[in-house]
Design a protein around this ligand. Structure first.
Ligand code: A3P
Length: 340
């Protein structure tokens, strides 16, 4: 099935006319609140979250057509929270019978970026105007997405498939996003200055935000249905990755056997997916996996608390207040959210 395209590009005020959008999407955009974007001219408030025009079109198609299988794995994040890492870990865990970790030289993660092995729903699977053939994805099907929990396709929520969310301290997530988006934005758009970007972040008007709603959506669901949604924190994983590899493996239904424990497979897998290892691979230094963005920009520092090098004390105070106001009472807290 093909989504109807507009016969010619419209120049209707408010619509991003450089995008390959359906008439339906263009009409919808005209009715949505919009704000200045970072990577596109505008972002739009769609189903309660902010996103870009092309993403809205993909998400609508996904919501209408996606059929989940109980064996599916859905990896969810807000951008710059550790998506690439989580994709690598989940792929290596769930496919280790097909691709043994011991065969280190031929593992797909050595020659493919994790975003090619675990496609994004909104940037790859449903990015084209033609509906995807989902049967071409090998079992277990693993997908990645930034879509907030309430907006996931209903079959994902109602099936037995597993959802894993990785969450990162908002201070570091913001800095990582600001640096990344300024690298990948089109040259035609001006660089967004740190202070302006920070205001947008704190006001919630940033890709898939407000970030607090995004985090709380998955956080609350993980408390309600811990067998359905696993909520991970980037900082805790960095401190003890082997324990988290094992935890993730159990949650996904691929626990390590006694023999694998003896063979230290979880340790090897953690190493294969480590920042240091992945950053050095040729495919991650030179390739492009998400749209036309260079893979090398996905691997920057991977440090906890790097935000102190960018944010002033008043900025720290401002974001701390946002966190207090939006997250207090939820039980969701972060490490490294205070200047040492
Ligand atoms: P920094 O910009 O702070 O370095 P995402 O994958 O969601 O786009 O997140 C990107 C962030 O994760 C970047 O943070 C990046 O360096 C870090 N990252 C990438 N690969 C990683 C890995 N294998 N382990 C830990 N962090 C990783």
């Amino acid at each position: 099935m093909t989504i109807t395209q507009s016969p010619k590009k419209q120049s209707t005020a408010g619509v991003e006319d450089d995008q390959d959008l359906s008439n339906e999407c263009k009409d919808l955009l005209l009715s949505l609140p919009k704000e200045k974007g970072w990577r596109t001219k505008h972002i739009y408030l769609f189903q309660g979250f902010w996103c870009q025009p092309k993403e809205i079109q993909s998400i609508l198609s996904f919501q209408r057509h996606f059929q989940a299988r109980d064996s599916d794995i859905v990896l969810t994040t807000i951008p710059k929270s550790g998506t690439t890492w989580l994709k690598a870990l989940a792929f290596a865990i769930a496919n280790r019978e097909k691709y043994p970790i011991s065969e280190k030289k031929s593992h797909p993660l050595l020659t493919s970026n994790p975003h090619d092995l675990v496609p994004f729903i909104e940037y790859k699977v449903y990015a084209s105007n033609d509906l995807p053939d989902l049967s071409k994805y090998p079992e277990p099907r693993i997908f990645g997405t930034h879509i907030p929990f309430p907006a996931l396709a209903e079959p994902i929520k109602n099936s037995q498939c597993k959802i894993v969310y990785i969450c990162r301290n908002p201070f570091d997530t913001f800095v990582s996003s600001w640096i990344y988006l300024n690298k990948v934005k089109p040259e035609s758009l001006p660089m967004v200055q740190l202070e302006e970007a920070f205001e947008m972040y704190c006001n919630g008007a940033m890709g898939y935000g407000p970030f607090w709603n995004h985090m709380l959506g998955y956080w609350n669901e993980s408390l309600k249905r811990p067998d359905k949604v696993l909520f991970l924190k980037y900082e805790e994983m960095k401190e003890d990755i082997v324990s988290y590899v094992k935890k993730l493996a159990v949650f996904l239904g691929y626990p390590f056997s006694v023999q694998e424990e003896r063979d230290a497979v979880a340790e090897d897998l953690a190493e294969l997916c480590s920042f240091e290892k992945m950053k050095e691979l040729e495919v991650n230094r030179s390739g492009k996996s998400i749209m036309n963005f260079e893979n090398k920009n996905l691997f920057r520092k991977a440090e906890i608390g790097d935000w102190v090098n960018y944010l002033s004390p008043p900025m720290e105070e401002r974001l701390s207040k946002v966190l207090e106001e939006k997250l207090s009472g939820s039980g969701l807290t972060f490490k490294a959210a205070k200047r040492p």
